[in-house]
Design a binder for this molecule. Structure first.
Ligand SMILES: Nc1ncnc2c1ncn2[C@@H]1O[C@H](COP(=O)(O)OP(=O)(O)OP(=O)(O)O)[C@@H](O)[C@H]1O
Length: 258
């Protein structure tokens, strides 16, 4: 059974059909990429799945459950985490504090329990710290643990953003352009982490990406979209060779349209 099932998804903003009849399924443990030229609707698909936008039409099922009507907070609890194209971290907090915030959705204690620091609160706090320390080790962020986000290089902030999503302990992670703005070496690190996320953490990965070297290296399957509509789906090689995909990127090599 698929982990994620998107069926005939559409959202229209006034006259703009940002997403228009997109369907795909992602299997457990799969790395699935969505590609397409600028303005194709890729981020909008992410915003629909993470329940930021209401679809005009279509359904989204996750782990056998219809999540089309759920709120963003509910889907985080079900096990969907995401990163954003424009990094969304708290600049004036430390890396550790930002990663701990990624755990918030698992908080089951209330305010009174918190101020009394009851055993349940201490136990949860320990679990949160443990998970966050695992993420810090996994992403090799030890040197930055107590540093403020604002002072960190862009590449490190991008990694912390992935860490914040991983801290949630998700089944499915949505990565919105994980390689954008990164050097070739940093992009290679992202490729290794994606492979490790799948192998060591058993994660399923859905990513939007322009960098075709990353897409080719890590993706099992690719969906190409343009003008909100699906163009082709298959292996990275099949999709890049598809005439409609070539036409959508006319004048540029596929992947250079960013
Ligand atoms: N909230 C919104 N209101 C109106 N139009 C929107 C909104 N969100 C997206 N759009 C429009 O939907 C279309 C698709 O945008 P989207 O950001 O999803 O493209 P994209 O494929 O992610 O592009 P890029 O690669 O440049 O990030 C664009 O025409 C955009 O202007």
């Amino acid at each position: 059974m698929s982990l994620l099932d998107v069926n005939d998804l559409a959202v229209h903003f006034g006259g703009v059909k940002a997403v228009d009849g997109v369907s795909f399924s992602v299997d457990p443990g799969e790395v699935f990429a969505i590609i397409g030229p600028n303005g194709a609707g890729k981020s909008t698909i992410f915003n629909l799945i993470s329940r930021i936008y209401e679809p005009t039409r279509g359904t989204i099922r996750f782990d056998g459950q219809d999540i089309t009507g759920l709120k963003a907070h509910d889907i985080a609890q079900l096990g969907i985490a995401r990163t954003f194209q424009n990094i969304e971290l708290f600049d004036h907090s430390t890396v550790l504090a930002n990663l701990l915030m990624g755990r918030h959705t698992h908080k089951s204690t209330n305010f009174v329990q918190d101020i009394l620091f009851l055993p349940k609160v201490r136990r949860e706090e320990r679990e949160h710290r443990h998970r966050v320390e695992e993420v810090i080790e996994f992403l090799e962020l030890e040197a930055y643990r107590n540093k403020m986000i604002a002072g960190l290089p862009y590449g490190v902030r991008k990694v912390v953003e992935i860490g914040r999503a991983l801290a949630l302990g998700p089944k499915l992670i949505l990565l919105d352009e994980p390689a954008s703005g990164l050097s070739v070496e940093e992009t290679q690190d992202v490729a290794y982490w994606i492979e490790d996320m799948r192998r060591d953490m058993g994660l399923t990965v859905l990513m939007v990406e322009h960098d075709m070297s990353l897409v080719n290296q890590v993706s099992d399957r690719v969906l190409a979209v343009a003008n909100g509509k699906p163009l082709a789906m298959g292996t990275p090689q099949e999709v890049q060779a598809h005439p409609d995909v070539q036409a959508a990127y006319l004048g540029t090599a596929v992947g250079d349209a960013a």
